[in-house]
Design a protein. Sequence first.
Length: 294
Amino acid sequence: MKTKFKFFCLLACIALYMVQGVKASVASGTTTSEFVKGFTLNVTVPSGTHAVYVSGTFNNWTDFVKMDRINETTYTKTVSASNIEEIEYKYCSGPDLEYEELHSDGSRVDNRILTDSIANDHVALWKAVYGSEKEYTLNVTVPSGTHTVYVSVTSNNRIDFVQMDRLTETTYTKTVIASDVEEIEYKYCSGPDLRYEELHSDGSQMSNRILADPVSNDFVALWEKVYSPEITGGTFGENLTWTLLDDTLMISGKGAIPDFSRNDAPWESYKNSVTGVFIGSGITDIGTGAFAGC
């Protein structure tokens, strides 16, 4: 009899403990139905898409998760979230809302609502396609005495040296095309080789520049070495020099360019190849017939 009584007392204590545990659980705002669950997102996207990212309340919109590519237009990703909340999400073609999905008419798509454990979605249009080629314009001011400027662009572990266009004696420009999928690094050189790379003003080596903005306005303080291409030219007048460089006739020095009679300018034999003329700041006057036929 005493044994049965002790057994019933033990059962009563266990029941009371379980009831109190449930009450405490309810009071703290947690339930047994609140647990982490996986949701699979499948999406078909426009042809020409290079990558697909998804973000949402499942990660508090703090990150853009890259999806797995199945084929050219189909991507998938399994994400984890609590199944008691309403989960919002959105697709992007890149890791930023700059690349968010749009309706076929170009209007903005509201956040999607995740209701089932598997979602099969369709994207009609992107605001912008991540990975598309973009134009970047590089403008640079260089030290006096520079003959040419090249920009070395590093992309996919490949280095290309592109000769820039001269604007003035110390300013050059070039528009390059690169993909926005990857980080593009670049460096200026006075010649088509890293032996001629740019340096800091104290002579120390510079890290690669990062191509980020559509237009970059840069400054080079010093060259490792000044590239001297084969130059055609000479001296004339009192203190003047002429140089034919990259089909540009450059006149430098101090003073006035004298008058020339027909066919007696020192660059006469090259005039058919001249496409532009650069006059240095020290030139005070241009004589008659100096550039006849150029």
